[in-house]
Design a protein around this ligand. Structure first.
Ligand SMILES: NC(=O)c1ccc[n+]([C@@H]2O[C@H](COP(=O)([O-])OP(=O)(O)OC[C@H]3O[C@@H](n4cnc5c(N)ncnc54)[C@H](OP(=O)(O)O)[C@@H]3O)[C@@H](O)[C@H]2O)c1
Length: 108
């Protein structure tokens, strides 16, 4: 059983995924689709499970009842180390929203 911990305990910071399934784009990723096939889950479920095993809080958004139900179906399986590493290696420094280093927080 994987022990789920939330956030960065050392610094007492809880992290939340900004757009946890990349606004649906994870459906098109070959690696995530392959892991999903191996564990018998959908790409969205695999991605949400990856987040919570990392310790991130997730709030996936959906207006579709079947997807809301699907997105709750992530507590009856685990990703092994190899699947976790394969998904973590997908980082492309790609953003779905503004870069916080360049964002204007105070309107000019
Ligand atoms: N406060 C802030 O600054 C801030 C910033 C960003 C996001 N948020 C909030 O964080 C939440 C998530 O962010 P987000 O909506 O940008 O990104 P997200 O949750 O990664 O993606 C939502 C999109 O994915 C689709 N989707 C949901 N479940 C799916 C599934 N199982 N399979 C395939 N597609 C699926 C949804 O479509 P349908 O709805 O059509 O089903 C929607 O188009 C939202 O509630 C948002 O309001 C807040």
């Amino acid at each position: 059983m994987v022990r789920l911990e939330v956030g960065d305990a050392e610094h007492e910071v809880v992290t939340e995924a900004w757009a946890p399934i990349a606004r649906g784009q994870v459906d098109g990723d070959a690696v995530i689709r392959e892991v999903a096939g191996q564990v018998g889950k959908t790409p969205a479920q695999v991605t949400l499970r990856w987040h919570i095993q990392r310790g991130d809080v997730v709030f996936p958004k959906s207006v579709t009842r079947s997807r809301v139900e699907e997105n709750f179906g992530i507590f009856d399986f685990e990703l092994d180390e190899s699947a976790m590493a394969a998904i973590s290696a997908l980082n492309r420094d790609q953003r779905t929203g503004p870069d916080p280093d360049e964002f204007t927080y105070i309107p000019g």
